[in-house]
Ligand binder design. Structure first.
Ligand code: SAH
Ligand code: F3S
Length: 481
């Protein structure tokens, strides 16, 4: 199933061609979450100011940057292989420099330089503004490292260079870091404490996208529902803010309302929601605005209360069902997707059955499912043995994926016969005669092109489906146009 592919394990090289043919060439490859892809656009912008143009042709690169992911061991292994390959290119092109960005840079720090000698530069997720200095150090023949995490950095003042863009949909980051400390997760260590970005700078970026013809924005954060702007600084320091700052603070529901009101022609999505932080006012705001999509990515990881507790997910199975019930009550046709982990330490067959029965209750539209991978330094790694045998993890994962596939098919079948609004993103991968777009629930819809164009909102009658895709025929423009 398409949606179960582990995205972290597939790198993508993206480019935006500059005008200057003589500029130095930056090749940047990104792994992992949407935030990394968004960060690469910030990096391209910062280095663009230094005279770098991006290229997707490795052989012409002067600087190779790999924006890395640490979320599972396999993601790190894939990146290491790429780094060894890039280092090998120095034989035929001794001038080329290789830098590692993102979560692996933060996790392994100068270890990269000391042990492996395969990179020239190591730059953590909060240090990208230092890249011009670091590149100069590398140019002068030294290795360069900056892995300092920040209390304030949100890159609010950097206009991202849109890489590999379809010109229709874009990501806008609204928070950085995560304070949740799920016991399996390396992100709080690699991306630091949570901070929110100034809503005015978010609106400015959305405005630039609108002026450039974009039609859909996904607001990004590790935990968007925890967004809180009170003038800058860490989320955990909100208590220390002045009464005035506290009284005028903007939360996530407030931000959504500001964005949806300011740009009524733009469609908004957001990712990721953590169940413990998603409040009723967010769901109510979604219900009030037609231009906020009816779609929530709501990772749960496990259906067992005992495992949820061991994961430090701060909600129970019943509380999660309560949230699902509220979503379905306020937004009956809401698309809901999950992340699941199979084989967390101490998980029993009974716990696994609880996960399967939770899935039966929710019937997610789609999901991202993983076998537990122990990450050094996390609480789970320090306190719990990785004691579920690989074969058991794999079998449980298979059962979770199979169930999801059946639910996805069932969910998609329910769309047949409906007419749904679709934003056209580009040609279908399988057929040049068809467009591909998404409905409000974030499900891919494929239909004959006729005379419609990329970036248009059209109504599509859904006639058929697979577990991953809806198929139909356009009936005309929708009123979002
Ligand atoms: N809040 C984040 C979650 C980041 S990690 C977001 O914005 O998406 C994405 C998913 O990877 C998690 O929801 C979890 O299902 C999975 N994951 C994280 N750490 C993992 C680990 N150690 N082993 C297996 N899967 C993991
Ligand atoms: Fe990771 Fe949990 Fe934050 S999964 S990114 S610590 S919400």
């Amino acid at each position: 199933m398409e949606k179960t592919i582990n995205e972290a394990e597939q790198g993508t090289a993206l480019e935006m061609r500059g005008k200057d043919g003589n500029a130095r060439k930056l090749y940047i490859e990104s792994y992992g979450c949407q935030m990394n892809f968004s960060d690469s656009e910030i990096v391209a912008s910062i280095l663009g100011q230094e005279g770098f143009n991006t290229t997707s042709r490795l052989e012409e690169a002067d600087l190779i940057l790999v924006n890395t992911c640490s979320i599972r061991e396999k993601a790190e292994q894939t990146v290491r292989k790429r780094l060894v390959h890039f280092n090998g290119l120095k034989k035929s092109n001794p001038g080329v420099k290789v830098g590692v960005l993102g979560c692996m840079a933060e996790r392994l720090k100068s270890q990269f330089l000391e042990e492996e000698k395969i990179v020239d530069m190591v730059v953590g997720p909060d240090a990208y503004k230092d890249l011009p200095n670091l590149v100069r150090e590398v140019d002068s023949g030294q290795n360069a490292v900056n892995v300092i995490l920040s209390k304030e950095e949100t890159y609010a003042d950097v206009s991202p260079v849109r890489l590999g863009s379809n010109g229709v949909t874009a990501f806008v980051s609204i928070t950085r870091g995560c304070d949740n400390m799920c016991t399996f997760c390396v992100v709080p260590f690699t991306r630091g404490r949570e901070r929110s970005r100034d809503p005015q700078s978010i609106l400015r970026e959305v405005g630039d996208l609108w002026a450039n013809g974009y039609k859909e924005v996904t607001l990004l954060g590790q935990n968007v529902d925890s967004y809180l702007w009170y003038g800058g600084g860490l989320k955990k320091d909100f208590d220390k803010a002045s009464p005035m700052q506290q009284a005028t603070a903007v939360n996530f529901a407030g931000l959504l309302e500001m964005a949806a009101t300011a740009y009524p022609g733009m469609r908004f999505r957001f990712s990721t929601s953590n169940p413990q932080d998603m409040t009723l006012d967010v769901i109510e705001t979604m219900a009030r605005f037609d231009n906020i999509c009816n779609y929530i990515h709501l990772p749960v990881q496990s259906g067992s209360d005992r495992i949820l507790k061991a994961m430090n997910r701060l909600h129970t199975r019943e509380e999660y069902f309560g949230l699902i019930d509220n979503i379905r009550r306020l937004i009956p046709d809401c698309g809901i997707s999950q992340d699941m982990i199979a084989g967390f330490p101490t998980e029993t067959e009974e716990d696994h059955q609880q996960t399967l029965s939770l899935m039966d209750y929710v019937k997610y539209d789609f999901g991202f499912m993983f076998a537990y991978s122990e990450r050094p330094g996390t609480l789970a790694a320090r306190k719990m043995a990785d004691d579920v045998p690989d074969a058991v993890k794999k079998r449980r994962l298979r059962e979770i994926i199979d169930k999801q596939q059946a639910h996805s098919l069932e969910r998609n079948q329910a769309h047949i016969g409906r007419v749904e609004e679709v934003l056209i993103e580009g040609p279908s991968r399988k057929s040049d005669a068809h467009w591909m777009g998404r409905n409000t629930q974030n499900t891919v819809v494929v239909f004959p092109k006729e005379n419609y164009r990329v970036g248009e909102f059209v109504n599509v009658r859904i006639e058929d489906c697979t577990s991953a895709t809806l198929l139909g025929t356009a009936t005309g423009y929708s009123n979002m146009n």
